[in-house]
Design a protein around this ligand. Structure first.
Ligand code: GLP
Length: 637
């Protein structure tokens, strides 16, 4: 097995991994390789054979290829393409079929010949599936084999739809989808029950035969599976790890997706590092967690036995290092997320004045606020700050049909009782739209409006639980979301303008936001980009000079200990308020697919688990013992 060892830092990695600051930059390597291949083959009068993938990951690569086609004359006339997979049972014009996806995201925008594009046939009859899969393999062979294969990766470690258990010899075939994969796809299909149970996918063996492979991955959610695929023993349980056997395979990832690699997470273990304040905190906290000791109990031996002898020499002895990191960690804790008025704030995360503060909480969807900072919101409101919660998107795509039906039926009944003709007419027409669309269809704009209103109602009652006045809630309904579908959102000027206007109106002293480090096409990440752009538009405004930004990690995850600059403890009662607040989001009773965990199904149970786990970490590090903690990271513009 090859070991990449150029810098000494990546010695645990059995696949080449290139880490880029952004997903856009990470796409360029694959885009260049494809461009070079197409041009070289065109010069010889030959075709270039591409293996293509779907999902949000390759969308940016396709956008770059389309740009090159339009602006740099890159022609796809000599390209033959084979897609990895297709949902079984979906026709090519179903909005979630991979054929449709490829048409929308690439084929319709370049000059590739329709007959040269291949996607497995999702409608092959059961009896014909085997023959159809064999024919697909045969077509790849006839084309001369795949020159460049593009891959994404699922959270189960799947490539294509090769779920755990797929061996290196597997070929194109019909497979059953893993439950986590189906949950990840639930949002696209507007409900897990609509996600097909089967798919046709190229096999791992088919993929391994490609001459060159690029696997792309963005966002923190992929970090764990990337590290396991690259550093772990190759195993069928993580099909992407089987790529270790490929001679020319590169993983191109953004920084968040690289964050679990040993060289990124524990760099001191694999080579010398510069002991900056941040690195020192990260390493000492890691050491305490690894050895299961409180910070103040770490010994010189603990440091030397865990590749940190140089840190000891530079900043030791252990006693000094321990106290320093203990104090830093201690100073992250505050029960005053808006700052404690008239108190010495030299060791507090937030400043004491001004008081009260104008606190603006940005919530990408209507549950994110309460899920991630319900306790903090409760404290801010109780401590007299002027809290505004702005829901960036309506969240209407995440409302199940059953809930909208119930609401419509209620309106119809009320309309009948009050003889309200206009109301009845509207409600009956929406009910008809619901019935006509069927399980797989797209919601009409009336349906989306109704679903958005349902989420508004839930947000209001959740806010009430936390002591937030409904008047303090703002619903921005950003257009990128209203006009889009999951995995294909694209923010524009109007999104930025709407948020900039709100910022200018509220003129906040502190903003709570999320989305940094998420998959760039996810709702939180797009909302974060919109915030960054909106803040640029506010440049020069006097309020901005005095505005602090606190990032929350986002649903289903918490900052790592060393990243947390503010930890807000919740008492048992406050945790209950928060849980009741989450509970008001009845349409979101199952946790969001993007944070799905196998063992916890309810969003409130997951929030409780996460916040308690954070408190436990503080406890085991030897700090005070709390019921629950919500964490924040300071963000500088
Ligand atoms: C699906 C596809 C995979 C893709 C994965 C990840 O399962 N069959 O090919 O890699 O999703 O999707 P995304 O890129 O949206 O995270």
């Amino acid at each position: 097995m090859k070991r990449i060892d150029a810098s000494g830092l990546s010695q645990r990695e059995c696949i080449a991994v290139n880490i880029y600051p952004t997903a856009d930059e990470a796409c360029l390597q694959a885009a260049d390789a494809i461009t070079d291949l197409i041009r070289a083959r065109a010069a010889e009068g030959k075709s270039a054979v591409l293996g293509l993938a779907t999902g949000s990951t390759p969308v940016r690569l396709y956008r770059e290829l389309i740009r090159r086609h339009r602006e740099e004359g890159l022609s796809f006339a000599n390209v033959i393409s084979f897609n990895l997979d297709e949902y079984y049972g979906l026709s090519g014009d179903h909005p979630e079929s991979y054929r449709r996806f490829m048409q929308d995201q690439l084929f319709d925008h370049v000059d590739i010949l329709a007959e040269n594009t291949h996607v497995p046939d999702g409608l092959a009859q059961r009896d014909d599936v085997l023959a159809s899969c064999q024919a697909y393999e045969e077509a790849i062979r006839e084309a001369g084999g795949i020159d460049i294969q593009i891959l994404g990766i699922g959270r189960t470690g799947h490539i294509g739809f090769n779920e755990p258990g797929s061996g290196p010899q597997s070929r194109t075939r019909l497979v059953t989808l893993d439950s986590l994969t189906r949950r990840d796809a639930a949002r696209d299909f507007l409900g897990e029950e609509n996600v097909p149970r089967h798919a046709i996918t190229m096999g791992v063996g088919t993929i391994l035969e490609a001459r060159k492979v690029f696997l792309l991955a963005w966002g923190e959610a992929k970090a764990k599976v990337i590290a396991e695929s690259v550093e772990g023993t190759p195993t069928e349980s993580i099909p992407a790890s089987l790529l270790q056997a490929h001679e020319d395979c590169v993983f191109c990832v953004d920084e968040p997706a690289s964050s679990h690699l040993t060289r990124v997470r524990y760099p001191w273990v694999v080579g010398p590092v510069e002991w900056t304040a941040e690195m020192t905190r990260k390493a000492v906290v890691w050491l305490a967690q690894k050895s299961g000791k409180a910070l103040l109990k770490l010994t010189d031996e603990d440091y030397t036995e865990n590749s940190m002898a140089d840190l000891l020499t530079e900043k030791g002895p252990a006693y000094d290092l321990n106290i320093d990191i203990f104090n830093q960690t201690q100073h992250t804790i505050t029960g005053w997320p808006g700052g404690k008025p008239d108190a010495d704030d030299s060791h507090r995360p937030e400043r004491a004045s001004p008081f009260p503060k104008r606190s603006l909480v940005l919530s990408p969807e209507p549950t994110d606020d309460v899920f991630c900072l319900g306790g903090t919101l409760h404290r801010l409101a109780n401590q007299g700050h002027e809290v505004t919660v702005a829901y960036q998107t309506s969240g209407n795509l995440a409302v199940p049909d059953t809930d909208v039906r119930r609401a419509i039926e209620l309106i119809i009944e009320l309309g009948e009782k009050l003889h309200d003709v206009a109301e009845l007419k509207f409600a009956r027409s929406v009910l008809e739209q619901l019935e006509q669309k069927g399980a797989f269809g797209e919601d009409t704009s009336d349906l989306r409006t109704m679903k958005g209103l349902i989420r508004r109602g839930e947000a209001r009652s959740s806010g009430r639980m936390l002591g937030i006045d409904p008047e303090a809630l703002r619903f921005l309904d950003l257009p990128f979301y209203e006009n889009g579908r999951y995995r294909r959102f694209k923010a524009g000027d109007e999104d930025v303008e709407r948020l900039a206007k709100l910022l200018d109106e509220v003129q906040p002293h502190q903003i709570f936001a999320t989305g940094q480090g998420h998959d760039p096409l996810s709702v939180p990440a797009i909302c974060f980009d919109v915030l960054v752009e909106a803040l640029k538009r506010c440049e020069g405004a006097s309020w901005l000079a005095d505005c602090w930004i606190w990032l929350y990690r986002g649903p289903g995850a918490e900052w790592e200990m060393h990243e947390m600059d503010m930890a807000v403890p919740l008492s048992p009662d406050e945790l209950e308020f928060k849980i009741k607040g989450i509970y008001q989001h009845q349409t979101q009773r199952s946790q969001s697919p993007s944070v799905a965990k196998q063992d916890v199904h309810d969003s409130w149970a997951l929030a409780r688990q996460l916040n308690s786990a954070t408190a436990q970490v503080y406890d085991t590090l030897g700090l005070a013992e709390y019921e629950a903690i919500e964490g924040f990271k300071h963000y500088s513009l």
